[in-house]
Design a protein around this ligand. Sequence first.
Ligand code: CA
Length: 587
Amino acid sequence: MNRFVAAAAISLIAATAVQAEVTEDMLANDQTMTHQVVTNGMGRHLQRYSPLDTLNKENVKNLVPAWAFSLGGEKQRGQETQPLVYDGIMYITGSYSRLYAIDVKTGKELWQYDARLPEGILPCCDVINRGAAIYGDKIIFGTLDARIVALNAKTGDVVWRDKIASYKAGYSYTAAPLIVNGLVVTGNSGGEFGIVGTVQARDVNTGDMVWERPVIEGHMGTLNGEESTMTGTLNATWPGDMWKTGGGATWLGGSYDARTDTLIFGAGNPAPWNSWLRDAGQKNDGSGDNLYAASRIGINPADGEIKWHFQTTPREGWDYDGVNEVVAYNDRDGNQRLATADRNGFFYVLDAADGGFVGATPFVKDISWAEGIDENGRPIFNEENRPGDPSKAADGKKGEVVFASPSFLGGKNWMPMAFSQKTGNFYVPSNEWGMDIWNEPVTYKKGAAYLGSGFTIKPNYEDHIGSLKAIDPDTLEVKWEAKNDAPLWSGVMTTGGGLVFYGTPEGEFIARDDETGEKLWSFQTGSGIVGQPITWEQDGEQYVSIISGWGGAVPLWGGEVAKKVNYLNQGGLLWTFRLPKQLAAAN
Ligand code: CA
């Protein structure tokens, strides 16, 4: 053998070894590579649609448990993770910043990583985690003390770790990271502490920061260790120094639209909640809009520059945030579109090219703060439903109380909706609730809650808060609705077999008919479901997984909603179901 042949043989061996690692191609084609799940959202467009149709409307009644895995630990808290499946291993994250590697065939634990969390972390809304990201030979996740850690996917050994921001200033981290072109892209949490939302991109192999893009006007971005450009124009839409602690937490992470090579991140509420402090002129002419809080932002993944923005709630004053996931899809005419169901109660369709407004419709009943959305996508404010200005109150301490709907937990919160390529519809987990809300004076103090607001949350209807809705994004019609007593807080998944999967706080994991909404199958998981379902194919059979473990933001708030959830048991079980081959054909 001459040395050229030998070299070729060695490189062939190297190539074979590399194939066992997760590649950019696998991430890009996650939706169609149905034997594995390597992205949050079952595709970076976040459609949460699997083309698998072995499991269908006729045989779903034969879906049975394959195994269950307990997360253990004394403190059972909300389990919001989406599992990943790769090379025989399922990866999940758990409450208190834990990560588990599990044999996907048996449910046996392979290894577990527990992040060592310091005293004094400030997670606003339970100690949850929404999932990991996988690339190369690494599994990567963020922790409650606002750090990011990359582990060897086979052994769980730490490869690198880095600090996203200071937990002492109120920062934390709970979202699944997003990996695009060798960059691991993260947001941050802490919008109730006067932090500043940013998006950061690191080299996935080393953890070195490549760029950072703050999402509040006036802050400077960085690229390769140098200042790059300012976000927006200083003081264009923020008075004085308020932008310096302006909020806009990018706490839910982002999506990636490969069609336009654009990262899309949402920015949460402007800080503080008391909107009168951020709207000096009170002219409703854009000068008090507080960009880019409560907005979706299109970002160039190569350099972190902002391509476009779409603000759902200018001058936001109800904690409607603006972070809900943006799903990239094609409508029935083949137009490239983006859709998002905002906490403010409106479902928006945007043009994928530039984030331009296409249409909007209410997806919950009884929206009180706006009459509707105008032709430019801007809300038509119902001014008397804005919580009153405390500086105009007789005592100067408590502004006029208003009943506003939806509540601060939103028409839809973090729990991801799904798009079906089969029906062309979206399936939106929504909640019908409102709140008494009022404003108070507040000043910024590092590491302290920065709200200037008080609230009491209330159901809008006696018989339900939760409502899963099928929405046609082309006609903006609600096609069907499935009500639920307690508020929905789990993700949704659709399949080529015509099924819509989601879970309830009451513990049921449910499959519905994607066209009629009829309940076709359900399984009682023993605790409330606030996790995110996945499906994949293994040994010629279709599998479905969901984590069960009640918690998240809902049980932390009292009000009249507490009555609907305070009897629910906590837990922490990952359930995996399969359709046995011999039952796939049975009706
Ligand atoms: Ca918020």
